[in-house]
Structures are given as structure tokens and as C-alpha cells.
Design a protein around this ligand. Sequence first.
Ligand SMILES: [Zn+2]
Length: 562
Amino acid sequence: MSSPHETRRVFLKKSAAATTFLAVADFATFATDPAVSVKTNSSDSRPWYRRALRWGQVNINERDPQRYDIPWWREYWKRTGTQGVVINAGGIVAYYPSKFPLHYRAAGLGDRDLYGELAQAAHKDGLAVFARMDSNRVHEDFFHAHPDWMARDASGEPYRDTGLYVTCVNSPYYDDYIPSVLREIIERSHPEGFADNNWNGLDQRSICFCENCQRKFHDKTGQSIPRARNWDDPVFRQWIQWNYERRLEVWDLFNRVTHEVGGPDCLWAGMIGGVVSAQCQRFRDCRALCERGEIMMLDEQVRVNETGFQHNGEVGKLIHGLLGWDKVVPESMAQYQGGRPNFRLTAKPEPEVRLWMLDGFAGGIQPWWHILGAYGMDRRLYKTAGPLLRWHAENQEYLVNRRPIATVGVVWSQQNQDYHGRDNPEEIGEHPRRGWVNALTRARIPYLPVHADNITRDADKLSVLILPDLAAMSASQIEAVKKFVARGGSLIATGDTSRCNEWRARHQRATLAARFRRHSGTVANAAQLSATHAAIARPHCRAARRQRAACNWRTPSRPEKL
Ligand SMILES: [Zn+2]
């Protein structure tokens, strides 16, 4: 691996001026010595969450208290140049002797403080520590002690998952219990922050009818919890929004606790994903969360056939576009065979891991190796991350805190995903945007994802906006697009773009149609639109043509080539 990496590094340095990314500021100084302490580097006054660029995680299981070889892993941290570690602490399973009797301890843990030992070792080695929580399910004894904290279906039965009981996001489990656990962990081990694997409670497909939900929803709206999923029901739409707001309340509450007990730099960072429809399912408002976040822990571990390697770069640009390019977005990158097939004890082939990680680096994502269990018989698990992290360290000046140069923006929003995609979010919500993204990528046309509420802020550097079947648009979003066109921007729209308001409840037919020279009713898909540039609003993609020429790319003569 060293040879191609060296070649690539030299290439990058020689071509820095021509690269499509621009390093905008001096950043971390770990390049010459990846092991320089994140916590004790007195020459750098920036907070840990701007300096810890390379992360790692052993996802501890209940057999690990008996077999965790901490000295071996400390050597691994050093060998890979890891600067921060994510360590399982509490939630479903506690890996420390919690004072809360219902906080289930890992089998075989006894009074051992495995999490605390690892946190202490990491701090001694100069690494930052994220205490990892898993705040969403409990064991049988907890259920019997607090039956009113559990999520319940329409018949009153508790929701179950993997044999455990799912807690309700509107219950004191989130308001009181988890904050108490966070306090305990901070006081015991002083982690830099918290990540949480599954902090958002039930997803959109499961309506909770517990007493807490019924009371809070009625207090907020004067309505009863909707009995069924019906996107045409305004109460169901209220329920959707109410759920998004609750997740933001949880995010803010947990951060108030960590700041109060651990200081202003002690962060609760939850976790977020990169597939927009999946974030909608989990009620994670990416834009609002990124406005709050100082660092985003990204859970997008593996390539899937529907999206390909390039998806990882897309995710990096999408999250950085909301969060800011100066902030860090580590991504959990599975070193094991996750996805399909899911052989979690087996190492993923090195080329698969490498291409996934490198494409993430290209999108501004930072590495975070992820291994299941402290002891694996497939020793190939431990060979892939090191060279990639070292390469990242050697080239971080080109990989971190940079702002892409692009003149094309692809507009997206979660409201469109929810209220237009409805019960078919993948096909209606994801595919139109993914088609454009793949077409632009194959055409070597640099682009940026632009959130529909950030058009005014982000589009001033863009020449072209693409609206892929963005049917559900608010009046302010439409106004932002009109202003963009009025000052000379080009516009491409497909499908039902701008036909409805943001709730998809009221038609605004032809709201943007006047901005087009020709309005053909519906434009079915990206391929068709690409073949009918005449339908594009002024001034005909001059920037795209320039970039295309620079890339020696030719317009596909047949739409199906897209
Ligand atoms: Zn509930």
C-alpha cells in the first residue's frame, strides 16, 4: 500500500493548485507525528473536537470483560495513529459498575470498570474519549420497575426489539434517567464527550401510544395521537413535526447536562447518518442538528449496491454543507464484513474498506475504524486501518478544513423527502436526487448538495441549481430560487418540482414554471431532463458546459447512458 499512497501523495502535492478542493486555513499539526497528544498538545489551543481527526472503536460485547487485552489495543492505537476512541460505557449494557441498580451490567463484568480502564488508558496515551451510549432499550427488570417509561403500540403492548423493551423518547427515561447516567460517567472518567448509537427512540414507522406521548401531544396540539399513518391527515403531519422537535429537545437536554457537569467542551454528539430518507425515518433533522453540533459522528459504515463507493463522498459533502467545512465529521467505517452479506466476525476485503474510506476522505470525512469485539480470530481485521490512517495523517492538509470549488448545487430537503416521498421514500424521495448525483459524478462535474432552506446562503457561489423532483417547497424556498434565477443563475428542475407547499397539502401549480422557457408539465427523470436541456431555465448551463469542456466530457447522446 505504501507505494500507491506515496504516488498519490506526491500527485496531490504537485497538483494542489489545480485540485477541486481548496485548503482554506491552517489546520491540525499532527501530520508529521500522528501520535502527538490530542489532550496535551499545548502548542495548539483549539478544542479537542477540532484536533482529534482519526478515530477508532472496538464495539465491546459481553464476552470482552474476560478477554480485553488493553496493552495490545494501546499498541494498536499507537500503530494506527488513532487520536480518539469511542468506548462503550452505558445504556442497554453498562461496562462500568454503575450505581444505578437497574443499569444492566455486562455479563462477567462483576465490579470491574472496563470502560473506565480503557478511558484512563486512552487519556494517558493522549487520546480523546467518546463514551458511547446505547439509549433506547432495557431489560426485563427495568421494564417491570418502570412500565410507564416504555413505548407502546395502539393496543397498549410494549414495543420489543431483540428481546428487550423499547423506551419512549417522551418518558422520564430520556428526561431524567439518561441524564443521571451521563452525570455519573462524567464524574467517574471525564470523557471528552458522548456518542450514542441509537438515541432517537422509535422510528417513523411505529407510533407510540404510551401515556406520556398521549399527554404531551395533546398538550401541544389539542389533538389525540393519530391512530394510523396517513399523510393526508393534518394531525399525522403534526405528529411528524412534533417528533422532530422532540429529538431536538433531547439533543439540547443532553448537551446541557454534559456542559453543566463536564464543562463547555464536554459534548453530547449522538450520532447521525448520511442517507436522507433514513434520517427522516429516525426523526433526525440534519440541518437543525448540524446547526447545534461542533462535531458530527457519522454512522454510515459500508457501501451498499444501490449507491456505490461515491455515496461516501456525497455524504461528506452533504453533512459538511450543513455543519461547516472547518468542523470534523468522523465516520464509523466497518473493518468487518457488514451489510450484505453480514458476516460480522470476518474481515471485510481490504480493497472494499480502502475505497470506501478514501471516497469518504474525498468528501471531507475523517476516519474512524470500527471493529466488533476486543478479540477476533480473523486477524486481517487489524491490518487495513493502519496504512489508511497514516496516509490520512500525511495528507491531512489536503483533506481537512477545505471548501470544495463547485458551481453546481443539487437541492434537497427532508420535508420533500417526508411529505413528497411519504410511504415510498426511497423511490420518490431518494432516486431523483441520486440519479442527478450519479450523472454529475460520472460526468466529472463538481457539485455540492444544497439544503433548500440554505439556498440564499449557499447559492451565491453557484451558477446552476438542480431541483430533482423537489415537489414540496415552502414559499421562502421558492423565493430563494427565484432570486437565484433573477441574478442570472441557471435552473434545472425535474418531476413535480415546486408543485406543492412544504406539507404537500396545497398545490402551487407552476410556481416556478414561469422561470422556465418551456414548461412541459412533468419531467419524469434525470435522464429525460438531461436530454431536454431546452427545458432548462436560462442561461443554459454555461458553467456546466465550461466544466464539462475542462473535463473533456461529452454530453451523453442517449439518456439511458445516464
Ligand atoms: Zn410514548
